[in-house]
Design a protein around this ligand. Structure first.
Ligand code: NAD
Length: 335
């Protein structure tokens, strides 16, 4: 078997190679490409049986047609989300598509907490000030989290983990989900989205990006949020209408915004643009707010999660190769 891995950063290679050498070195050859999978780069997978992609590799019909014409039959997503692949087209072509549905949900939940804590206590600003010899506290005022209300939108694996952590802080938890789980009851109570928005001091998004959730946070839903609330998004950038968020920051209805994801992140994230003139004016406007913290989609980025991603990705390929039932086969599930 030959596998082409796209958007392969040095750390992807390191963790995939550890599992490859330990378990599959006889049966598998892996080619690593640092660039994303596109209609142009798909040709580089010509002699391969499978491709492996990440969150910003977009698998359109054109890309998949090309892969199919080169004899590729398996697409391995080394992530949980699958909003970047047209599953209907993949099904028509008969592709095997598998993801890594759960790789340390705690890693992402803990990162959401890092965003909350940093924004709330302004440690990002304090870090810079103290390095400059400025020990003034003005502008660094935070709030005690104990007793505050945290609204979790999407109480799946990551949302539940966040609820558990914030319960430990002494927060009151509200949840909203289209599929409720009794597991949430030990942390808080389910309410309608409007009630969650109007009551929460912190709203954290953990639902997937789908047509129905695109721009879930928009001008109208922002107007329902408690004035002075904090908004955290570690899920997918498309959940927010970024322009509406900017307007809410400008009129000070939001106290702070912590983002690990951005709707138009693909051309920016995972590479160094420090010498470029960034052309995305919406992103650049976000960067001007002192109460906005943006990270480059790194919630998953822990040693434990990368080990798990590598193991499950190559195990999914092993199942495909050997015709075994694969529990992560997205084509066998309804979406
Ligand atoms: P999950 O499938 O366990 O949970 C998602 C939850 O969202 C489910 O309970 C589902 O019922 C709910 N949901 C679906 N539609 C909804 C809607 N319209 N409104 C409210 N809730 C809805 O997924 P997870 O493992 O918790 O991951 C959540 C998301 O986090 C993923 O979809 C992915 O986009 C994102 N993620 C980000 C990173 C990162 O590095 N920042 C890493 C992994 C996952």
């Amino acid at each position: 078997m030959k596998l082409a891995v796209f958007s392969a950063q040095p750390y992807d290679q390191r963790f995939l190679e550890q599992v490859h050498k330990a378990k599959y070195s006889d049966a598998l050859e892996i080619l690593y490409h640092v660039f994303p999978l596109t209609t142009e780069t798909a040709d580089l997978a010509r002699d391969c049986d499978a491709v492996c992609v990440f969150v910003n590799d977009v698998l359109t019909k054109d890309v998949m047609d090309k892969l199919y014409s080169h004899g590729i039959r398996a697409i391995l997503l080394r992530c949980a989300g699958f909003n970047n692949i047209d599953l209907k087209e993949a099904e028509k072509l008969g592709f095997f598509v598998a993801n890594v549905p759960s790789y340390s949900p705690e890693a992402v939940a803990e990162f959401a907490v890092a965003l909350i804590q940093t924004l709330n206590r302004n440690t990002h600003r304090a870090y810079n000030r103290v390095r400059e010899g400025n020990f003034n506290l003005d502008g660094l005022l935070g709030q005690t989290l104990f007793g505050k209300t945290v609204g979790v939108v999407g109480t799946g694996k990551i949302g539940l983990s966040l609820a558990r952590i914030m319960k430990g802080f002494g927060c009151r938890l509200l949840g909203y989900d289209v599929y409720k789980t009794p597991d949430f009851d030990q942390y808080g109570k389910y309410v309608e989205l409007d009630d969650l928005l109007s009551q929460s001091d912190i709203v954290s998004l953990h639902c997937p990006l789908m047509d129905i959730t695109r721009h879930l946070i928009n001008k109208e839903t922002l107007s329902k949020m408690k004035p002075g609330a904090m908004l955290i998004n570690t899920s997918r950038g498309g959940l927010l209408d970024t322009s509406a968020v900017i307007a809410a920051l400008k009129n000070r209805t939001l106290r702070g915004v912590g983002l690990d994801v951005y709707e138009a992140e693909a051309p920016l994230f995972y590479s160094d643009h420090s010498s470029d003139i960034i052309q995305d004016d919406v992103f650049q406007r976000l960067m001007t707010f002192p109460n906005v913290l943006v990270c480059g989609h790194q919630g998953f980025f822990t040693e434990e999660a990368l080990t798990q991603i590598a193991e499950v990705t190559l195990s999914n390929l092993h199942d495909f190769k050997n015709g075994l039932p694969c529990k992560n086969n997205l084509m066998a599930k309804k979406h």
